[in-house]
Ligand binder design. Structure first.
Ligand code: NAD
Length: 447
C-alpha cells in the first residue's frame, strides 16, 4: 500500500521504517528540514536499536522516502498517518496544536479518498476535531475518514515492538476504513487485532499508559513500606509478579516513570475525567507518588553525603530509560540542576543522551561531561545512578571503588544487590531494600 506519514520523531520514524519493512511504500514528511536531510541520507536522528539497518535497507529498496513537502506524502498515499507530537500543556491537557496543524495542512491537499489515521496518542474524541477541521477546509467532493491506530512501541525496543506487537488496535467507524487498516496489517494476522470504534481506540491507548503508570507507583509505595519493614522490595516484586494476573513487568521499584509518554498521557487522562465529572483521585495519587520519587532519591544523596557543597558527584545516566537518547521527562532533568544548585561538582555520563543534555545544561566549572563512566567516577565522593543502562551493570566494581574518593553509590534504579555491594566495599543506597552503610545494613523509613 502507499502510505503518507506526518512526523518522523520517535514514533513516526519507527512507524515509517517498519511499515516500509513490511513492504509498503512510505512517504514520510517532517517540518524539520535537518531531520529530513539526515534521514534521506540514511542517518537516524534518534537512537533506537535495529533502526539504522532497517532505515538503510528500505531507502535502498526505494520503499522509503523523506520530504518536507506535505503534498508529496498526501498525493502518493491511500492512508495518511498522523505521528506528530502531543506534548503536555501547563494545565496537564494534551497540546494538540501539531495535530490540528496537520489536519489543516491535509485539508486543501486532498485529491480523492484518504484514510487519515491517528497514531499520535490523543485524548478520546480528538478524531472528531480532526474530522471537523478538515471538513471545514477541504473541498466537499473529496472523501476522507479519520481512524485511530494507537502505537504501543517502547523506546529502546521500538523496532521489535512494532514488528512483533502484542496486539494491534484498530479504531474505525466504517467498513471501508476497517478493511483498509486490516489490509495494511495483513502480515500480522497471527497477533490479536482489537477492532473498535475510533473513540474506543483513542481511549485504549491512554488507559494502557495510565495503568502502567499505576503499576509503577503501586510498587514504589510498596517499596517505601519495604524500607520501613526491613524487607527487600525486589523479592516482594518477584513474588508478586510471578502471578500471571499481575505480571513481572513494571513492578521495578525505583525512580518511577518518566519519558515523553506515561507522565503526559496520565495527566491528560486525569483532565479528561475531570472534564466529565468523573472521580479520578486514584490516578492523581499515582501522579503524586511518582513526582515524589526524585525527592526521595535526593534525600538519600544528602543522607549519604551530608553537605553537598564542593562534593564531587558522578551522575550515571541521563536518558529516561536505557537504550534511548530521549531525555524528555527524565529524572536527570530534576536531579542535575538540584545538585548543581546545592553546590556539588557534577560529572555526568550517559552512553547516548549527552548531546541532548548538553543543549539544556551547558558545562561550567561545576558541571562537566565525562566520556566514560569510569572517567566520571574518578575522585568522586559518590556515584548516583539515574538510568539502568546495561553498561553500568557491567562496570568493574573493584576498579570503580579504587578510582573513587569515597566509595558511595546512590542507585535510583536498584541495579545491584545490596549484599554484592557490601562485599565490594561500597556504601550503597537504593530504594526499598535497606541501605548498606559503613557499619551494617540499615533498614529505615525515609519519610
Ligand atoms: N515516543 C514514543 O515512544 C511513543 C510511543 C507511542 C506513541 N507515541 C506518541 O506518538 C506521538 C509522537 O511522539 P514522538 O515521541 O515521536 O514525538 P517527537 O516530538 O519525537 O516527534 C514529532 C515530530 O513531528 C514533527 N512535526 C510536528 N508538526 C509537524 C507537521 N505539521 N508536519 C510534519 N511534521 C511535523 C516534528 O518536527 C517531530 O519530528 C505522540 O503523541 C506520542 O505520545 C510516542
Amino acid at each position: 500500500m502507499r502510505l503518507g506519514i506526518f512526523g518522523t520523531g520517535y514514533a513516526g520514524l519507527v512507524t515509517s521504517v517498519c511499515l516500509a519493512q513490511l513492504g509498503h511504500v512510505v512517504t514520510a514528511v517532517d517540518k524539520d528540514a535537518e531531520t529530513v536531510a539526515a534521514l534521506s541520507q540514511g542517518m537516524p536522528t534518534i537512537r533506537e536499536p535495529g533502526l539504522p539497518e532497517l532505515l538503510a535497507a528500505n531507502l535502498d529498496a526505494g520503499r522509503l522516502h523523506f520530504t518536507t513537502r506535505p503534498e508529496e506524502a498526501i498525493c502518493a498515499s491511500d492512508i495518511i498517518f498522523v505521528c506528530v507530537g502531543t506534548p503536555p500543556r501547563n494545565d496537564g491537557r494534551a497540546d494538540l496544536a501539531q495535530v490540528e496543524e496537520v489536519a489543516r495542512t491535509i485539508a486543501p491537499l486532498l485529491d480523492g479518498y484518504k484514510l487519515i489515521v491517528e497514531k499520535s496518542t490523543v485524548p478520546a474524541r480528538t478524531a472528531r476535531w480532526i474530522d471537523w477541521t478538515i471538513r471545514r477546509l477541504a473541498r466537499p467532493e473529496h472523501e476522507f475518514e479519520v481512524a485511530s491506530n494507537p502505537e504501543f512501541l517502547r523506546e529502546g525496543t521500538a523496532v521489535s515492538d512494532f514488528l512483533q506487537p502484542d496486539r494491534i488496535v484498530i479504531g474505525a467507524d466504517s467498513a471501508r476504513a476497517r478493511s483498509l487498516l486490516l489490509d495494511l496489517y495483513k502480515p500480522y494476522f497471527d497477533c490479536p487485532i482489537v477492532l473498535t470504534s475510533v473513540t474506543t481506540a483513542e481511549f485504549i491507548k491512554q488507559t494502557a499508559n495510565a495503568f502502567l503508570a499505576a503499576k509503577v507507583s503501586f510498587i514504589n509505595v510498596v517499596s517505601d513500606l519495604c524500607e520501613a519493614l526491613g524487607v527487600d522490595v525486589t523479592a516482594v516484586a518477584r513474588g508478586v509478579g510471578l502471578d500471571h494476573r499481575i505480571g513481572g513487568d513494571f513492578v521495578n521499584a525505583g525512580l518511577g516513570f518518566g519519558g515523553s509518554c506515561l507522565p503526559k498521557d496520565l495527566s491528560s487522562l486525569i483532565t479528561v475525567a475531570e472534564d466529565h465529572g468523573v472521580d479520578i483521585d486514584l490516578l492523581k495519587e499515582v501522579e503524586r507518588i511518582n513526582n515524589a520519587r526524585v525527592e526521595r532519591l535526593l534525600a538519600k544523596i544528602e543522607r549519604a553525603l551530608w553537605v553537598l557543597r564542593h562534593k564531587v558527584i558522578a551522575v550515571l545516566g541521563a536518558s529516561f530509560k536505557p537504550d534511548t537518547d530521549d531525555i524528555r521527562g527524565a529524572p536527570s532533568l530534576t536531579v542535575i540542576p538540584w545538585l548543581h544548585a546545592a553546590g556539588a561538582n557534577l560529572r555526568v555520563y550517559d552512553p547516548a543522551a549527552l548531546p541532548k543534555l548538553k543543549k539544556l545544561f551547558r558545562p561550567d566549572d561545576r558541571l562537566t561531561y565525562a566520556a566514560t563512566a569510569l572517567e566520571a567516577a574518578r575522585d568522586a565522593n559518590a556515584l548516583v545512578i539515574l538510568t539502568d543502562w546495561d553498561e553500568f551493570r557491567m562496570l568493574d566494581l573493584k576498579l570503580v571503588r579504587s578510582l573513587m574518593r569515597t566509595p558511595i553509590i546512590v542507585d535510583g534504579r536498584n541495579m545491584f544487590a545490596p549484599a554484592e555491594m557490601r562485599a565490594a566495599g561500597f556504601e550503597y543506597y537504593s530504594l526499598g531494600r535497606g541501605d548498606v552503610t559503613l557499619g551494617a545494613e540499615r533498614h529505615r523509613a525515609w519519610t
